[in-house]
Design a protein around this ligand. Structure first.
Ligand code: ZN
Ligand code: CU
Length: 539
C-alpha cells in the first residue's frame, strides 16, 4: 500500500459525515484543499500539519442556509461571528434583499431599503449602481473567510425596475426585472429570494412572482421566500408559495419557517403537514429555521406596507403627521388578519425589544412598552417617534414564538438550520442567532434536550442544504469533497450569546477549515482567508 502524503491530517476523529448516517472513527487526510482520504490509521508521514481529534467530532463545515451577510462580508471579511460557529458557507441575498443589481436611477431607494442588512455600513458605495456580476467581483476582491452562495432578491430587482411603488408591475417593468434576474443567474446566482412582508416585495402579486420564478427555473435555480404571513394567514402564505413552485416548476424553500403570535402557537403541525403533503405530491419543498423563540427585523416592518411608496426616509418625514399616525394606528388596532403582516398585533409592544436605534442608545435592550411606561407616554407615540427620529433605521428583537413549534420544525425531515442573523457591525446588541445558532442546536437541542440525534442535526447543517442549493462536492465528508471541516466537542459545544449580551463566542468549536486551510485554528481566528464566492452552475 502506497502511503499518501497529506497537507493536513486530522487524527482519530469521530466522523459525522453529513449524510445523516451513523458516525464512525477515522482519520481525515487533506491534499490541496480537498479531502483525499477518510480511513482509520492514515499515515502522518510528511504531513505538514497533524491535528489530534481524539474525543472530538469532525463534521463538514456548516452551511448557513439563510444569512444576511451580504454587506457583513465586505465590511468584515473575516466573518468571525460565523467562523466561530463552525460555519464555512453562507447563503446570502435572502428575504428579497440582495446588494445587487442596483441601477443608478434608483440607487438611493435601494440603499435605503437595504439598511436592514447594513447597507449604511457598506465600504465603498455603488454610486453608479452595480450589476450582479460586479457585486460578486467586489465580494471576491474582499477575500471572505467563508464560501458564499448568492441569491438575487426580488425586492432589489423590483426597486431597480420601478423604484418603490405600491402597484402591480407593468409589462415593461416585469421584462426589466426578468432581464436583470437572468443577468444575475448568468453571473452565478443560485436562485431568487422574496420578502413579501417588506416594502416593496409586499406590493408584488403572485403572478409577478410566478413569472420571475419561471426565469429562475430555466436556469436551474430555486425560489426562497419570506412569506406574506407567518401568523394568522400562514396557511394562505404557504399555499401561495406552493402555487409558485407548481407553476414555475422549481424547488421552493421557505425561509425561517415559524408560527408567530400566541393565537397561532401549535399550528406548526398544520403547516408541516401541508408541506409534507406537497412533497409527497412531488413538489420539491424545504425550509430553514433558527433555533430561538424570538425573531428580529426592522421596526418599520410593523407599519402597513401599503402607505409607504416613497421609500423609508420620505415616509419617516410624513410620519410626523398626526392624522397619518391616527390612520395607521386604526389599521394596526383593527386589522388582525388583514392583507399585511401586523407585527404589533403578533408581537405586542411588550414583545418588541429595541436592539438598534443609533440616536437612542438609551432605549436599546428595552421593550417599546417598557420605554412608554417609564416615560409615561403612549406606546404608539414611542413607536412613531422612534421611526421618525431614526429615519426608519431601527431594529427590534421580537418575542413571538413557542419553543414547541421551534422544536417541531427543527425535527422535520426537510428543515435545515440557519442563523438568519442580522450583523451587528460593531454594536453590542443584536439577536444572538448571529453568533450562536449552530452551536445552540448542537448544545441545547441535541445534547441537552435530545430533540435531535447528532447525525441528524449535522445533516441539517451540511448535506441537506448542500443538496437543496445544489452545491457540488460540499456538505459531506467524503474523498473528493472540498475540505470544509469543523472539529467540535459534542460534550461542551454551546452558544453563549444572550439577548442581553449576544456578542460572545460559542464554546466547544475547536478548529474550522475552509477549502483545506485553517480559518479557526485552536488558538483563535486566522488572519488568512480562504472562502470562495460560489457560482451556479457548478461543474
Ligand atoms: Zn426574512
Ligand atoms: Cu431573513
Amino acid at each position: 500500500m502506497t502511503s499518501q502524503i497529506f497537507d493536513t491530517l486530522i487524527r482519530a476523529a469521530r466522523v459525522v459525515d453529513g449524510s445523516g448516517g451513523p458516525s464512525f472513527a477515522a482519520d481525515i487526510g487533506i491534499v490541496d484543499g480537498v479531502i483525499a482520504a477518510i480511513a482509520p490509521g492514515l499515515s502522518r508521514k510528511g504531513a505538514r500539519q497533524v491535528i489530534d481529534a481524539d474525543g472530538l467530532v469532525a463534521a463538514p463545515g456548516f452551511i448557513d442556509s439563510h444569512s444576511h451577510d451580504d454587506v457583513y462580508l465586505l465590511a468584515e471579511p473575516d466573518g468571525a461571528a460565523k467562523v466561530r460557529q463552525g460555519i464555512t458557507t453562507v447563503v446570502i441575498g435572502n428575504c428579497g434583499f440582495s446588494m445587487a443589481p442596483i441601477l443608478p436611477e434608483t440607487q438611493l431607494q435601494a440603499m435605503e431599503s437595504l439598511a436592514i442588512i447594513g447597507a449604511r455600513s457598506l465600504p465603498g458605495k455603488p454610486h453608479r449602481g452595480w450589476r450582479f456580476a460586479e457585486y460578486l467581483e467586489r465580494l471576491e476582491a474582499a477575500r471572505p473567510a467563508l464560501n458564499v452562495v448568492p441569491l438575487v432578491g426580488h425586492g432589489t430587482l423590483r426597486i431597480a425596475a420601478m423604484g418603490i411603488e405600491n402597484r402591480p408591475a407593468g409589462e415593461g417593468e416585469k421584462r426589466q426585472m426578468a432581464h436583470l434576474l437572468e443577468e444575475a443567474l448568468e453571473a452565478g446566482a443560485f436562485g431568487l429570494s422574496s420578502g413579501l412582508v417588506y416594502v416593496p416585495g409586499a406590493f408584488a402579486d403572485t403572478a409577478e412572482l410566478c413569472a420571475l420564478a419561471r426565469v429562475a427555473a430555466a436556469w436551474g435555480g430555486l425560489y426562497t421566500t419570506h412569506m406574506r404571513s407567518e401568523a394568522d394567514l400562514v396557511m394562505e402564505a404557504i399555499r401561495e408559495t406552493l402555487t409558485i413552485g407548481e407553476h414555475a416548476g422549481l424547488p421552493v424553500h421557505i425561509s425561517h419557517l415559524k408560527v408567530m403570535g400566541r393565537a397561532n402557537w401549535g399550528r406548526s403541525r398544520e403547516t408541516l403537514g401541508c408541506l409534507q403533503q406537497a412533497r409527497e405530491a412531488g413538489l420539491r419543498v424545504t425550509c430553514d429555521v433558527y433555533p430561538y423563540t424570538a425573531g428580529s427585523t426592522s421596526l418599520a416592518a410593523a407599519l402597513p406596507p401599503a402607505l409607504q411608496s416613497e421609500g423609508p426616509e420620505v415616509f419617516a418625514e410624513r410620519l410626523k403627521d398626526r392624522s397619518l399616525r391616527a390612520e395607521i394606528r386604526r389599521t394596526i388596532e383593527t386589522q388582525t388578519a388583514g392583507d399585511w403582516e401586523n407585527l404589533i398585533y403578533v408581537d405586542t409592544f411588550e414583545g418588541m425589544v429595541l436592539v438598534k436605534a443609533p440616536r437612542h442608545p438609551e432605549y436599546c435592550g428595552r421593550s417599546i412598552a417598557a420605554i412608554a411606561e417609564a416615560e409615561n407616554r403612549d406606546p404608539f407615540d414611542v413607536f412613531f417617534d422612534l421611526l421618525v427620529e431614526e429615519k426608519m433605521d431601527a431594529v427590534v428583537v421580537e418575542f413571538m414564538m413557542h419553543e414547541d413549534d421551534v422544536i417541531r420544525i427543527l425535527q422535520s425531515p426537510f428543515a435545515m438550520v440557519a442563523t438568519d442573523g442580522l450583523p451587528g457591525f460593531g454594536s453590542d446588541l443584536f439577536h444572538p442567532r448571529f453568533t450562536g445558532a449552530f452551536p445552540r442546536v448542537l448544545g441545547r437541542y441535541v445534547r441537552d434536550m435530545e430533540s435531535l440525534r447528532l447525525e441528524e442535526a449535522v445533516w441539517k447543517m451540511t448535506g441537506l442544504p448542500a443538496e437543496t442549493f445544489g452545491l457540488a462536492r460540499r456538505g459531506r465528508l467524503q474523498p473528493g469533497c472540498a475540505a470544509d471541516i469543523v472539529l467540535f466537542d459534542p460534550m461542551t459545544v454551546a452558544d453563549r450569546g444572550t439577548y442581553e449580551k449576544p456578542n460572545v463566542s460559542p464554546l466547544g468549536i475547536h478548529c474550522v477549515w475552509v477549502n483545506g486551510r485553517l480559518a479557526l485554528p485552536a488558538d483563535g481566528l486566522s488572519t488568512e482567508r480562504w472562502g470562495k464566492v460560489l457560482r451556479r452552475p457548478q461543474e
